[in-house]
Design a protein around this ligand. Structure first.
Ligand code: SF4
Length: 171
């Protein structure tokens, strides 16, 4: 119970920091820590690694599917393909999503119970403001999903990058 109260308190503190224009705490770590033990119990087949499309190479040869997002060909022009291979080894689902809205619909279509995701601070702030975050998971399109996330290292929407090893470590 104390753990839950602390978690809710940290979420409110994060929102308050934003309202007051103060430096925000690292809410991703707070959420990761809170969900981690339950997340580990989810069958990896019910978990998807979802990368944002801003990480793909400018010369990405992949096609786009309305159902599954960007269909990575593992061409090695960006790091997404290596994560895709690693996801397959661990029996995770893998997607590259064009938008947060797409990710939400995907989570419902694929009956996801967990997501390992990558996002920029802007998307994280929007997500915390708009989605219901409960002790049983983040509410996405009616599903409660346990998340484990990581920040983009660089994000100017042109040359975005992430610590690929850190993504693997989350997996
Ligand atoms: S590794 Fe996948 S996502 Fe990256 S450029 Fe190649 S096909 Fe596109």
């Amino acid at each position: 119970m104390l753990k839950k109260i602390k978690f809710i308190g940290k979420l409110y503190l994060y929102k308050l920091q934003g309202l007051l224009g103060l430096k925000r705490s690292d809410i991703m770590s707070v959420i990761n820590d809170y969900y981690r033990e339950d997340f580990k119990k989810i069958d990896t087949k019910d978990v998807a690694v979802i990368l944002p499309h801003c990480l793909i190479s400018d010369k990405c040869p992949a096609k786009f599917s309305k159902f599954d997002g960007i269909l990575c060909k593992k061409c090695e022009l960006c790091g997404c393909g290596r994560i895709y291979e690693f996801a397959e080894e661990k029996s995770y689902q893998f997607y590259i999503s064009p938008s947060v809205g797409f990710t939400k619909r995907l989570s419902r279509r694929k009956n996801l119970k967990g997501i390992i995701g990558v996002a920029c601070d802007y998307e994280i702030e929007k997500g915390i403001a708009n989605e219901k975050i409960t002790d049983r998971g983040v509410q996405l399109n009616g599903r409660r999903i346990k998340t484990q996330g990581i920040h983009l290292d660089v994000y100017d929407c042109v040359k975005n990058n992430v610590d690929w090893e850190a993504v693997k470590n989350l997996m």
